[in-house]
Design a protein around this ligand. Structure first.
Ligand code: 4AZ
Length: 304
């Protein structure tokens, strides 16, 4: 999710709303991030055109899943789109987040994808997982209903920390799963190559992709990420539960609606798209859930 005042949420949302103090401000940051990203998507589905005024659009380098290139679900059969047509419209199969098959009937996604624009647990009666649909404008692949969801009970919406959830599908998919990094495994050394995939915003202006995309982003050090997100309105980096990736100069990143999708290191699931200040901005890397920190809990939640 974006922080308030960042791209997916539509410009300087926080400053436009005026400053709120301390806790409230931080709380609003996260809630507004959910609101901004998901409302923008609803707008994209129902009403074509820009979702915010041009003068509030973020400045900076081009932002494309930001800086990336097309990918396909044949090569990456374990990536799925989370869909609710009732909430987000049918133009892009109702896509609003992504997830990864970690077992034939289990999808790992971001906890914040399970919340609505008011920061409440979302009630999406038509929540589905879409597998094998590179282009969301088509009917390729399969749609499977979500039978139940498990949101990490220690997820903190205000801080957007410990951001993971496991969905159980109504029926299993036999298309292949992505292995996770091991519990406590340190795969996150600075400059380690990583790849993020999704159908999210390609410009930071609400231009949601119909076609799956991918981009390579190096892992950043904890120190770099702490400097980028020292706390306050722009968010707080927690190295126990998060990891950052991106170029110092920006230009490559995940963005709104990529949330919940996979960050791969060496062909394994190492991160979950979680939040950031805008998309692809210099010195503002994307923030991901640190999968190794939760691998044991995730496996338990998924009954693996
Ligand atoms: C979002 O709103 C979001 N640049 C996801 C990732 C990033 C920013 C926003 C990282 O879903």
């Amino acid at each position: 999710m974006t922080t308030a005042g960042s791209a997916g949420a539509g410009g300087n949302r926080e400053s436009a709303r005026g400053a709120a103090a301390g806790r409230v401000r931080r709380r609003r940051r996260a809630a507004a991030g959910v609101a901004g990203a998901l409302l923008a998507l609803a707008g994209a589905g129902a009403v074509p055109g820009p979702v915010w005024a041009a003068d509030s659009a973020p400045q900076g380098p081009p932002k494309v899943i930001v800086g990336g290139s097309p990918a396909d679900t044949e090569t990456h059969p374990w990536i799925v789109a989370l869909s609710s047509r009732k909430t987000y419209g049918s133009a892009r199969s109702g896509q609003f987040c992504a997830g990864t098959l970690i077992a034939p009937d289990k999808v790992l996604t971001a906890a914040h994808c399970m919340f609505d624009e008011n920061g409440r647990p979302a009630k999406r009666s038509d929540l589905k997982v879409v597998q094998g649909r590179t282009d969301l404008r088509t009917s390729a692949g399969r749609e499977v209903a979500v039978a139940s969801s498990y949101t990490n009970p220690t997820f903190d919406l205000a801080e957007v920390s410990r951001d993971w959830a496991v969905l159980t599908l109504a029926e299993p998919l036999s298309t292949g799963v992505l292995p996770m990094v091991g519990a406590g495994e340190d795969v996150y050394a600075e400059d380690t190559p990583a790849t993020v995939l999704g159908w999210g915003d390609t410009t930071g202006r609400g231009d949601y992709s119909s076609v799956l995309r991918q981009v390579d982003v190096p892992i950043t050090s904890d120190a770099t990420c702490r400097t980028a997100y020292p706390g306050g309105a722009m968010g707080s980096y927690d190295q126990a539960s998060m990891v950052c990736a991106g170029l110092r100069q920006g230009g490559k990143d995940a963005c709104s609606a990529d949330s919940g999708g996979p960050l791969l290191i060496d062909g394994r699931l190492a991160g979950i798209v979680s939040w950031g200040d805008g998309c692809a901005l210099p010195r503002k890397p994307g923030v991901y859930t640190r999968v190794s920190a939760f691998a044991a809990d995730i496996r338990k939640a998924a009954g693996m």
